[in-house]
Design a protein around this ligand. Structure first.
Ligand code: FES
Length: 185
């Protein structure tokens, strides 16, 4: 065996190890490149904030003028990967120049309230909360006016965004002559 042959056979394992490292580094890089978008696709529903849930509540004309109407409807709600249909309730008050969609829960402790046409008031049976047709507190313990769902009228139909309930704190809500913030009709 001459000296050159001995040197070549000595360098061979080192070169093989180098190429093996190069190969596995390449595999690791490609895997990481694939894992980030694929993992992001599967995990994103956990971190993405749900967008607003706009719901078609029907023809504006189907809501009587000056008479609150309780409506029940189904809406799709997304939680993580799961989307399911849930039943929702709202009170719609249509007046000559505006329409307001109220969350159906009393702002005291969340009981369901109802409309009393004879008294022209919303009443909450739990602790005697009383609200005007505009959702302003008239009596009882509720700390703020009724919460409303932002709503809009398009092509004669009423739509409400049921995801953000406008929860306005004490003292910041104008419950005077203008009542609650209305949708333009
Ligand atoms: Fe309505 Fe208490 S929950 S008054």
């Amino acid at each position: 065996m001459d000296a050159g042959e001995g040197k070549a056979s000595h360098e061979e394992p080192g070169r093989r190890a180098f190429f093996a490292r190069l190969f596995w580094s390449g595999i690791a890089l490609v895997s990481a490149g694939l894992a980030i978008p694929v993992g992001g696709y599967f995990l994103s529903p956990l971190f993405v904030k749900p967008k607003g849930h706009e719901v078609d509540l029907g023809e504006l004309e189907s809501f009587p003028l000056g008479e609150p109407k309780r409506i029940e409807f189904a809406m799709r709600q997304r939680e993580g990967w799961i989307t399911r249909a849930v039943r929702a309730i709202a009170w719609v008050v249509r007046q000559k120049d505006r329409v307001v969609v109220f969350d159906p829960h009393c702002t005291h402790l969340g009981c369901a309230y109802h409309w009393d046409p004879a008294a022209d008031r919303f009443f909450c049976p739990c602790h005697g909360g009383v609200f005007s047709i505009n959702g302003c507190v008239k009596a009882g313990p509720p700390p703020r006016p009724l919460d409303i769902y932002p709503s809009t009228v398009r092509n004669g139909r009423l739509y409400a965004d049921l995801s953000p309930v406008r929860n306005v704190g004490v003292g910041t809500w104008r419950c005077g002559a203008h009542g609650n913030r209305p949708s333009k009709v």
